[in-house]
Design a protein around this ligand. Sequence first.
Ligand SMILES: [Zn+2]
Length: 311
Amino acid sequence: MAERARLCALSVDLDEIRHYHAIHALTPATPAAEHAVYDRAVARFLDLASSERVPLTLFVVGSDLARPQNAALLRRAADGGHELGNHTLDHLYDLSRREPAEVERQIAAANDAIAAHTGRRPTGFRAPGYVVSDGVYRALEATGMAYSSSVFPCPAYYAAKAAVIGGLRALGRSSSSIVHHPGVLSAPTAPYRVGTPYYRRGTGLLELPIQVTPRLRLPVYGTVLSWLGPALAPRLLGGLVGRELINLELHGVDLLDRDDGLSELGKRQGDLRVPLERKWAVLAASIARLRQAGYSFVRLDEAAHHFASRS
Ligand SMILES: [Zn+2]
């Protein structure tokens, strides 16, 4: 019996600003702000990773690589030892409802784009908006992926998302966001192999669920850590100590604020009102807390390798 691991992985979904405009049914971002994730946030994450000596897993939307600056930045990140993961070609929020051929193309074409532009072929996948289906897992197996980190078994997140979508509908507007099957709320909260349906255990692809707290299954991701701040976020994380994997999911906007040309979006996206300095301090304090508890920081592909050999 192997000794219990203490691994922590920090992953960053590189959702560009236009996706937030789509969620909130807003008009397109201004030219100054539309590339804020790639032009500002990615460099900040790489600086943070370097000063804290942690590797990152960056989940990349394949179509963003058509912009040469983005491709060059990610190539540098990969050369620096960070992992590039697959966040689909176009970040379609309704991926799970598309035809099987389209689902497979969204995954395969993102792998091809990332490999062509950076020389690294992803082995890991994260679904847009955390919405997966049995069909998405079939496509992941068909395209040779080694793991997914998409399941978010969090009732509070589910309720909040359903409320936003319902609220927009009541206003006669439509969000591009959709909710997943409620069965996912009872999915395992630690690494598991998916069955059919995917939120039950089986012998399929390895899934590394997004982190939630024990019992209440409250969300433990970038937005929540930012809100809690550098004093409280480490206490929340302290409650997770003992878990073999702490899978912290962040977004590009977790190192952006209103001063990055995002004051309009900040009216809807509350976490943009948290100042950058505070967001940085939260992440540094969170890393320090887990390191103090004996956690090693790894890429998600390394974590997947560890858990695949045992399950
Ligand atoms: Zn995303």
